[in-house]
Design a protein around this ligand. Structure first.
Ligand code: SF4
Length: 432
């Protein structure tokens, strides 16, 4: 469900970024399960939560029909509130039944929720207890997707950050040439089709065997240790990055691979870390860039000159704003982000038009006022805000679609633009 929370501390903008600390209107981190469970094929996500949590997951994932879904909810009933011992015993019994029925599960995530936090159910201890009981046949991990702690993309960050300490240590690699990296890990759940495209491009550039976190199977998660470099594919992975660095990996600073420019910059940054020049990247990507640029030109007629307002929701806002303004000619009224990671977004911030209005955090009523005053052509926001704004006559785009759809890389650049063009196209058709 949408978590609305009041943290009434208005903070002044000292560096041009408006900081908002008011009521939030966002999905919780449980939402990430909808794309994570499709990615790690032998994992299972067991939400330890209420019927509301189960309902959120079912409706968010409702478009997909699985005979045996890879997620479920262990319902904490009111009677569990009476005693933690009961809740722990109940959880153990649910896990026993699940693993007996689904022996193919190799990785089990216990996902915390608002109710499990309220009753202070210690899922880290539960994971330890269950790991001991199942003797390595299945790895039990835990993270929180609670709306008290996470917005919807932070659920993926929490999940991957929980995975990092479990990654195998890197075997001693042969020494790389001075100054060059020895191996590359791409971090962030990508649809398989996008992962395959990036693998081909990175290999063609000369990076022999890029690996991905998360991997498609629990048993093939990438190794980590001192030496390898990692490249973020998503801008919302601050905790995961910290966990990787604690194990010795180093981040490659890069823009994010959205649109032609972002994808090229991302590949160039990876190549440079391996001592490979931009000329190689330019040669390898020439055809894909040309194709994507031509496909983008077809979307540009809907978007050029149009004014867009981003509510803070997914942490994808800044890279998307850069893409929409620089490659499609959109005008940015305000770009809101739930959290601004200055280091990870440095390359993106440098590419934004000078003077772009940025806001960090949320104070939904004040943002709604600004949005209404500006009357943008398109508003990117969460589901909870989209309906009322549409009723007022504003065209909206649900930010959640941007994480459910394949949007990274050259092949998807025009599809990404089309996600923004469609609401405008539809309005024009209705008005005609
Ligand atoms: Fe609602 Fe919290 Fe459950 Fe998310 S974790 S669905 S915000 S109760």
């Amino acid at each position: 469900m949408n978590a609305r929370q009041a943290i009434p501390i208005p903070i002044a903008a000292a560096d041009g970024v408006l900081r908002e600390r008011g009521q939030r209107e966002v999905f919780c981190g449980l939402t990430g399960i909808v794309w994570l469970h499709r990615k790690i094929q032998d994992a299972f996500f067991l939400v330890v939560g209420s019927r509301t949590c189960a309902h959120l997951l079912q409706s968010a994932a409702g478009v997909m029909i699985f005979a045996e879904p890879r997620f479920g909810t262990a319902i904490i009933d009111e009677r569990d509130l009476a005693g933690l011992a009961d809740a722990n015993a109940e959880l153990d019994a649910v896990v026993e039944r699940l693993l007996a029925r689904r022996p193919e599960i190799r990785m089990l995530f216990l996902v915390g929720s608002c109710p499990s936090e309220v009753i202070k159910l210690d899922l880290a201890r539960a994971a330890e207890r269950l790991n001991a009981r199942h003797h390595g046949a299945v790895r039990v991990l835990n993270y929180s997707g609670s709306g008290i702690e996470t917005t919807f993309t932070q659920g993926e960050d929490a999940c991957l950050a929980a995975l990092v300490p479990q990654l195998p240590p890197l075997p001693q690699a042969p020494a790389a040439p001075a100054g060059a990296a020895s191996s590359l890990m791409v971090v962030g759940a990508l649809p398989d089709i996008v992962e395959d495209q990036f693998t081909r491009l990175l290999q063609a550039i000369g990076i022999a065997s890029p690996c991905f976190l998360p991997a498609r199977r629990a048993g093939s998660m990438p190794a980590v240790g001192a030496g390898p470099r990692y490249l973020l594919a998503q801008p919302f992975l601050g905790d995961t990055a910290r966990a990787l660095e604690a194990r010795g990996a180093q981040r490659i600073a890069a823009p994010f691979p959205f649109g032609v420019e972002g994808t090229t910059g991302w590949l160039q940054a990876a190549a440079a870390a391996f001592g490979i020049g931009h000329d190689v990247v330019d040669r390898v990507t020439a055809t894909a860039r040309e194709r994507a640029t031509a496909a983008l030109a077809r979307q540009r007629r809907w978007l050029e000159g149009r004014r867009i307002f981003f509510f803070p929701d997914s942490q994808l806002e800044i890279p998307l704003a850069r893409f929409l303004s620089r490659e499609l000619g959109m005008q940015l009224i305000e770009v809101g982000t739930p959290y601004l990671h200055r280091q990870h977004l440095a390359e993106e911030l440098a590419l934004l038009p000078p003077g772009t209005a940025l806001s960090e955090g949320q104070d939904v009523d004040r943002q709604l006022d600004r949005c209404r005053r500006a009357q943008p052509d398109l508003t990117v926001c969460g589901l909870g805000l989209a309906n009322p704004l549409e009723a007022e006559g504003l065209a909206t785009k649900w930010s959640i679609e941007l994480v459910f759809s394949p949007v990274h890389g050259y092949e998807q650049a025009a599809d990404l633009a089309a996600l923004f063009a469609r609401p405008l196209e539809r309005r024009q058709r209705l008005a005609a």
